[in-house]
Design a protein around this ligand. Structure first.
Ligand SMILES: NC(=O)c1ccc[n+]([C@@H]2O[C@H](COP(=O)([O-])OP(=O)(O)OC[C@H]3O[C@@H](n4cnc5c(N)ncnc54)[C@H](O)[C@@H]3O)[C@@H](O)[C@H]2O)c1
Length: 384
């Protein structure tokens, strides 16, 4: 069954399914910052969406566009006339309280470090960074600051994913046998990361969130088909120990049909979350009858149980708008965000292990990476 957070609340660090979460006990939750000046660094495909949702987010006082492509920035300013424009983060820093970093992944680390060290609240798009070492530097810098530091694992704010998790936690699906995620499309190829670093952060964050856990080991296979040594297709396997579930993910930039599905197969019910369907979430009341205690398969064929398929009502709220509102609310109320940089670090550790598994063709333990990060974190806090 789904494990709940065991929360050793007196520890300054407590282990959560997604990694260690700093406890914001030194932050007075009653202190409110009425309005926040926000800068969006990188106003390309995804940054432009942040600008759109932030321009309608309560508590955002002033919005700055931080984009080095002049023509792009000018266009954005025409669409959002009340915004200020800067060519670099350095130039914008004196004019903002918080930044959203939506630049290519390889640039996240340097920009996020600069912002947090200058005392800004920071939301970094996924993946947090592209190496565990960089993630550790960010977590350490966040620990030394009293700022809100968040990572954009948008699916954790997706109402359909949250509803699916609610039903899994309630036990409605029974024992979870396996979860399969598929994220396929033709493109979009990125110049700086492969398909695992680009797409799998979503699958890994969804699986970790649904299971309130993180895998102990991973195995992956990848292929570089269209562009030199850039992996554009990968199959991933994530072994969770608590609860004991195997997660699978198929990610591809080289597929004719756009697919965004997560299938959860339980002993009682099964579910399909399809992000592209009008019926985002379908719960299937079907399965096998009496197979666990029954005679072996060769003695008696299994009995199948077919029942209703229901489509729960899901509020049509935009996940990115919910995520950015959560960032602004966390700043205003000084509360720890749900997806802090430690959550981002845990996903970077898994991505790094997946990458290593593809290179070496063997299963790779993730626990060692977590243990190392945890040790480093505890050591920097003076905890033995
Ligand atoms: N959460 C999601 O569902 C989701 C979806 C798509 C992309 N993303 C993430 O968003 C980020 C951006 O992706 P994208 O597709 O928008 O990329 P993009 O290439 O379309 O845009 C990046 C923009 O950043 C600008 N830029 C780069 N370095 C800069 C700097 N130092 N200062 C100012 N501007 C700079 C570029 O000029 C460009 O306009 C990536 O981390 C990606 O993984 C997240």
């Amino acid at each position: 069954m789904i494990s709940k957070e065991d929360g050793r609340k007196s520890d300054p660090i407590r282990w959560h399914g997604n990694g260690a979460v700093r406890v914001a006990r030194d932050r007075p939750s009653a202190v409110h910052q009425r309005e926040v000046r926000v800068g969006v660094v990188g106003c390309g495909y995804w940054g432009a969406k942040h600008v759109r949702v932030l321009s309608a987010t309560p508590g955002v006082a002033e919005l700055s566009l931080i984009e080095r492509d002049v023509a792009l920035c000018d266009n954005m300013q025409r669409v959002f006339p009340g915004t200020r424009a800067f060519r670099s983060l350095e130039a914008a820093l004196p004019h903002v309280d918080a930044v959203v970093i939506a630049t290519p992944p390889q640039t996240h680390g340097e920009l996020a470090l600069m912002a947090v060290r200058e005392g800004k609240h920071v939301l970094v798009e996924k993946p947090l960074v592209t190496s565990l070492g960089e993630a550790e530097s960010l977590v350490e810098a966040a620990r030394l600051s009293d700022r809100i530091t968040m990572v954009g694992h948008t699916f954790q704010f997706n109402p359909a994913v949250r509803e699916l998790r609610r039903r899994m936690v309630s036990g409605e699906l029974g024992k979870i046998y396996y979860i399969h995620s598929a994220r396929l499309n033709l493109g979009l190829y990125r110049p700086d990361v492969n398909v695992v670093w680009d797409l799998a952060p979503h699958d890994v964050s969804i699986l970790n969130y649904l299971l309130d856990s993180r895998p102990d080991s991973v195995m992956a296979w990848g292929a570089s088909l269209a562009f030199g040594d850039v992996h554009d297709l990968a199959y991933l396997r994530l072994e969770y120990r608590e609860p004991e579930v195997t997660g699978y993910a198929h990610v591809s930039w080289l597929d004719p049909r756009k697919t965004r599905t997560v299938t959860v197969v339980g002993s009682e019910k099964m579910a399909i979350y399809d992000d592209l369907s009008e019926d985002r979430l379908r719960i299937y009341d079907c399965g096998l009858e009496g197979h666990l205690d029954g005679p072996p398969l060769h003695e008696r064929p299994p009995a199948y149980r077919y029942g209703d398929m229901i489509v729960p009502y899901i509020r049509p709220d935009e996940p990115l708008a919910l995520q950015d509102k959560h960032f602004i609310d966390s700043i205003r109320t000084r509360t720890e965000p749900e997806t802090d940089w430690m959550t981002g670090l845990s996903i970077v550790a898994i991505l790094e292990a997946l990458h290593q598994s593809i290179r070496e063709g063997r299963p790779v333990s993730v626990s060692n990476s977590f243990a190392r990060s945890r040790q480093a974190n505890c050591a920097s806090m003076g905890i033995s």
